[in-house]
Design a protein around this ligand. Structure first.
Ligand code: FES
Length: 168
């Protein structure tokens, strides 16, 4: 092969390689853009939590306990006092963030703007304008507690009524 032909052959190879690289980049860009577009137009599905559910028998909770057993699945704390058991909704009354229970401090704290709630749900500090809400509770014939989050109450005096407190 003559020197001129070798040079042309090398040029042809680099030309083709650059062409493939260009097409490859274009395809990668198109795939990335399509994925971003699909993510944008597809609905961000948020499945609704069940509103009525059972949380076990009263004797599964100790007096003074604030249980986080159902927080991940149903967004509630189960609180047992001397008077009975209630289900406290974990959603902050400020802007709706999910609160967390801190056993050592015996406080329910909101990670978003720092509201602290007592185990009764009352605001102790921070910007939340109202106590945490309690969900309706009752005892099923099988002896287990039924929580119904479609009915909620946070007004002192009313939240302690039989509808929101299982007496045990
Ligand atoms: Fe809880 Fe703001 S959302 S303090």
């Amino acid at each position: 092969m003559a020197d001129d032909e070798k040079v042309l052959d090398r040029r042809g190879f680099f030309g083709r390689a650059l062409g493939w690289l260009g097409w490859g980049s274009l395809c990668a860009w198109a795939a990335g853009s399509s994925a971003a577009l699909l993510r944008f137009v597809a609905p961000a599905v948020r499945y609704e939590l069940p509103r009525v559910f059972k949380i076990g028998r009263p004797d599964e909770y100790k007096i003074g306990e604030v249980s986080t057993r159902f927080k991940d699945d149903y967004q509630i704390f189960v609180v047992r006092t001397q008077q009975g058991i209630y289900a406290l909704h974990a959603q902050c009354t400020h802007l709706g963030c999910t609160t967390n229970w801190f056993q050592q401090d015996r406080l329910i704290k909101c990670p978003c703007h720092g509201t602290n709630f007592s185990p009764e749900g009352d605001v102790l500090s921070g910007p939340a304008p109202a106590p945490l809400r309690r969900a309706a509770v009752s005892l099923a014939p099988d002896g287990r507690i039924v929580v119904d989050t479609s009915e909620i109450e946070n007004r002192p005096g009313r939240r302690e009524s039989a509808r929101f407190l299982v007496k045990v």
